[in-house]
Design a protein around this ligand. Structure first.
Ligand SMILES: [Zn+2]
Length: 411
């Protein structure tokens, strides 16, 4: 079973494209073949009209109800950068930044490239705990990092420290509105504020920063937490489905979800997560993964970027990359013994510049699939398909049904 996603690929009509969507305007012979020889429909990742994040959409499509299991992105970020998150932890993504006093000079510390491992080690060594709460910190690529608080009496209903702007003071962490009398949230906010101050004390005189300043670079002299979340218990994928699952992915937060679900994580050589990603390398990794695992989910990030940038030409080029990857998969996988759903995790319409709650064209192709009359992959064509409208929560059942592994409900 393969779930093949072009991140944010769905969209809305664009006047400059004669009211076609970016999928409809792109040249996509392989996506069209999947639709033409398969069964089509429209998928709402979470439910009709709900604009899904990449994290909640992937959870929903894998059959983990985000309304039940999602309490913020922090735990997935932390897991994705290698911290072993436990249920009950409160986790944040962080930036290394440059401050003067409280004023943010650069949110990304000059997009620091190296030395953050040493800075993270200094934080872990010198701030092992605050108020009896264990501090776990890890660096990721460039300025990115993650923070985990582990201990009793914590609560994730606290505000951001990073104001997402430069030339302003960073914010104090506070209980969220409605949680002012929540003692655990107040305590968590106090610990976050002390952590931010302590990180500044530890980092400002660190040899890595002394060297950066000597080289005329901005020092990474503070860490700014944001994207808080509370870690929940999630049943491992193999336990829930009895399938050996893998993800071929480019996005950190989805990597974190895969690790959370104890799935194999595969990053293709040449997968950059950007518009220049090597889609053929990704496709080859997908084919190799399908030979070794019962279940694979793959995601190509590029279409989402064009959507966020409001650039339909960029998005069309990215969708054509997804098409070339699909061509390679069609050439190399035996679909007499495999079934794929081609879709997206959510729509990112160019006209919106962000995710929307529109349904996404979806096509199932391969073993067990009854083809319908749809002849091309796109918003309007797939809406005519045999599967009608369904949600992300239906995808695993639909795949299992086509693959012949579904269990009968009833006698
Ligand atoms: Zn996005």
């Amino acid at each position: 079973m393969l779930i093949f996603l072009g991140d944010g690929m769905g969209g809305r009509p664009i006047p400059e494209l004669d009211a076609k969507t970016t999928i409809e305007a792109a040249d996509t012979p392989s996506l069209d073949r999947v639709a033409s020889e398969g069964a089509c429909g429209m998928m709402y990742p979470i439910s009709p009209g709900v604009a899904a994040g990449s994290d909640t959409a992937h959870m929903a499509i894998l059959g983990y109800d985000p309304y039940e299991y999602y309490r913020g992105r922090g735990p997935f970020e932390a897991k994705g950068v290698g911290i072993d998150v436990n249920a009950g932890d409160v986790a944040f993504r962080c930036n290394f930044a440059t401050v003067e006093g409280k004023m943010i000079v650069d949110r990304r510390a000059g997009r620091i490239k190296s030395g953050t491992d040493e800075l993270a080690a200094a934080i872990n060594e010198q701030i092992p705990q605050l108020d009896g709460v264990q501090i776990l910190f890890a660096d990721s690529i460039e300025h990115r990092a993650a923070l985990v608080l582990r201990g009793e009496g914590l609560d994730e209903h606290v505000s951001e420290v990073d104001p997402h702007h430069e030339g302003v003071d960073y914010w104090d962490c506070k209980p969220l509105p409605g949680h002012e009398h929540n003692e655990a949230a107040q305590r968590t906010a106090d610990i976050v504020n002390r952590f931010v101050e302590r990180s500044h004390e530890v980092l400002k005189g660190h040899p890595v920063n002394k060297q950066r300043e000597a080289d005329g670079l901005l020092p990474a002299n503070i860490t700014l937490p944001r994207g808080v979340g509370a870690a929940v218990e999630l049943e491992p994928f193999s336990q829930r489905y009895g399938l050996d699952g893998a993800m071929v992915i480019e996005v950190d937060i989805v990597r974190g979800l895969a690790m959370y679900l104890d799935m194999s994580v595969i990053t293709a050589e040449g997968a950059t997560g950007g518009a220049d990603t090597d889609e053929i390398a990704i496709a080859r990794s997908v084919v190799a993964a399908c030979e070794q695992h019962d279940f694979v989910l793959a995601n190509i990030k590029a279409p989402d970027l064009g959507g966020h940038d409001g650039d339909f030409e960029q998005k069309i080029a990215a969708i054509e990359k997804v098409d070339r990857a699909m061509a390679c998969i069609l050439d190399n996988l035996d679909f007499d013994h495999a079934v794929v759903i081609l879709t997206a995790d959510h729509c990112t319409p160019v006209s919106v510049g962000d995710h929307s709650g529109d349904p996404i064209p979806a096509a199932f192709f391969g073993s067990g699939v009854t083809p319908d009359e749809v002849r091309s992959y796109g918003e309007r064509s797939c809406s005519q398909g045999y599967l009608g409208h369904f949600t992300g929560a239906d995808v695993m059942n639909l795949l299992a049904n086509f693959a012949g592994t579904g269990e009968k409900f009833g006698a």
